[in-house]
Design a protein around this ligand. Structure first.
Ligand code: ZN
Length: 95
């Protein structure tokens, strides 16, 4: 029997004194003009200097998902509930 979530740590590549622990954070990236946010994205964060690295395997998967040539564009038709902020000089349209 093994635990489902073993606590991995890796030595920090930045300060080499701390250990990097896995956390799930929100990943932000730009895809063209759209800001994509990915919640619960695995990343490694150093407990000493705070250096963070996104999980390379997850990044790789994400790049496959987000690649505009990998499949049909899903942005407009599916309508992710997300307020648009792609206008320059954004103004509130509420009264
Ligand atoms: Zn560190």
């Amino acid at each position: 029997m093994r635990r489902s979530m073993e606590r991995y740590t890796v030595p920090c590549t930045q300060c080499q004194a701390g250990q990097m622990h896995q956390h799930f954070i929100t990943y932000f990236t730009w895809l063209g003009d759209e800001l994509i946010t990915v919640p619960d994205f695995p990343a490694w964060i150093c407990d000493v200097c705070g250096h963070r690295e996104y999980d390379p395997a997850a990044l790789n998967q994400l790049s496959l998902i987000l690649s505009p040539n990998a499949g049909r564009p899903v942005s407009r038709s599916r309508g992710i509930p997300h307020h648009r902020s792609d206008k320059k000089g954004q103004r509130a349209s509420r009264p």
